[in-house]
Design a binder for this molecule. Structure first.
Ligand code: GDP
Length: 424
């Protein structure tokens, strides 16, 4: 059976924790999109880890971790992550990398930096991991797949062709030093040595695994609102964040994805630019940021303070719908235990009209939140194992949100650890 774990919002919903937890029952965990630009934070018996490229299942010795063809593969980052976890005492994970995954080239990272610099105040707030230039090249058909590393002559010839184009931009648009083909070629030969032990025909491997009845988890990065088609374009990421894309980015039949577990956080946070209707500011935001997640809401990749907001029913209802949600995992609920009252965004006011369907970007930028205030529960709910043992106001908060978003909340996460979970 194939399940996908994806985000409903702007990312950072706690997908890493849910994947890590569900990995206990899984044989294979697959990353199918995105790159090293976002990160998962995972707390387990080995310590605290920030993963950017490796799937969250690497901490179990019974799982195989796969980098699918849809991922923007940064080979040195992958290599470093493997080394870091092994150095911290985690057994060497079983890792497979799709021979069709494309490689983040050193110049993708440079172009990302140069473009943000050029846009200055109008930038996207990129993490400068090369993701947008990478996917641009992929769809412009000048990207490099992992298998191309193994044909040196063809690789060199293609590099020469691509570098001509890149150098025009470097010289005339960015006024930066030109790329050198020999240097790039040598770097790619180093990449080849790093990745060679893991390269695999992943779609064939997964085809057989599905036939053998294996449990497979597809692990999404970021969330619905960062999807290039259905998100807050253009303040989105460059690969689809939707469960449906899991079929493409892993290379499996779409009808094999039987469960879509959408992770929804009990309040909102976002990184980067873009409309964020339920955003809060000042001391109120600082306090939620400080108390949020596990040790504060700061980016796992950049350390940037996240933008904070109240729970947004409009965005989350849409985010869950567009994912094709079968189950909602409602996370980080314990953090709200300090509040006397908890505002929730239940509608958007746009041009004097209240809407509850998530609009396109132009309207979204004009939207003002319509808030409803629910009573808080003023206790620490960590350690509670049964739904019925949660304080009444806490259950009311969950049930109110469930009704608003229209999808069943079947899991509630009340702490960062693997076992901090309440099934419903
Ligand atoms: P992801 O990118 O969706 O995996 O999310 P992040 O890893 O950026 O953010 C989740 C953060 O919240 C991490 O620091 C987790 O350890 C933490 N976390 C996850 N679930 C819970 C929870 O239920 N309660 C608390 N307090 N922290 C949680």
């Amino acid at each position: 059976m194939v399940k996908a774990v994806v985000g409903a919002n702007w990312g950072d919903e706690g997908k890493g924790k849910i994947t890590d937890m569900l990995s206990k029952e899984a044989d294979i965990i697959v990353r199918f999109q995105g790159g090293a630009n976002a990160g998962h934070t995972i707390v387990n018996d080995y310590g605290k880890f920030a993963l950017h490229t490796l799937p969250s299942g690497v901490f179990y010795d019974h799982t195989t971790s796969i980098i699918g063809n849809g991922v923007a593969l940064n080979i040195p980052v992958l290599f470093k992550e493997i080394k870091d976890i092994v150095d911290k005492g985690v057994p060497m994970p079983k890792i497979l990398v799709s021979d069709r995954a494309q490689i983040v080239m050193p110049y993708h990272i440079l172009f990302d930096e140069y473009e943000e610099e050029r846009l200055a105040g109008k930038s996207f707030g990129s993490t400068k991991s090369g993701i947008a230039p990478f996917y641009s090249d992929k769809y412009a058909k000048i990207g490099f797949q992992v298998n191309e590393l193994f044909d040196a002559d063809a690789l060199r010839e293609k590099l020469e062709r691509v570098v001509v184009q890149k150098n025009v931009l470097l010289e005339h648009l960015y006024h930066k030093p030109a790329l050198d083909v020999d240097e790039l070629f040598n770097t790619l030969m180093e990449y080849k040595e790093m990745v060679a032990p893991y390269v695999c025909d992943v779609s064939a491997y997964l085809y057989q695994a599905i036939k053998d009845g294996k449990n497979i988890l597809l692990e999404g990065q970021l969330g619905s609102l960062k999807d290039p088609d259905h998100g807050i374009y253009p303040m989105v990421t460059s690969s689809s964040t939707l469960a449906a894309y899991g079929a493409i980015g892993a290379g499996i039949p779409p009808y094999e994805i039987k469960k879509v577990i959408t992770v929804v956080k009990a309040y909102s946070s976002a990184v980067g630019a873009g409309a964020f209707v339920s955003e809060i500011f000042g001391e109120e935001a600082d306090e939620l940021r400080r108390r949020g997640g596990d040790g504060g809401e700061y980016g796992a990749t950049t350390g940037r303070p996240r933008r904070m907001g109240w729970f947004d029913c409009v965005a989350s209802k849409y985010g869950c719908r567009i994912q094709g949600t079968t189950d909602v995992a409602f996370t980080v609920l314990d953090v709200l235990g300090y509040l006397d009252e908890i505002p929730v965004c239940v509608g958007y006011e746009v041009d004097g009209e209240v809407i509850t369907d998530f609009p396109t970007t132009g309207k979204l930028e004009k939207a003002k939140p319509v808030l409803k205030t629910l009573p808080g529960w003023k206790t620490d709910i960590r350690g509670i194992k049964e739904y019925k043992d949660l304080p009444e106001n806490c259950r009311n908060y969950i049930e109110f949100i469930e009704e608003q978003i229209g999808f069943p909340i079947t899991m509630i996460s009340n702490g960062p650890g693997r076992n901090d979970i309440i099934y419903r």
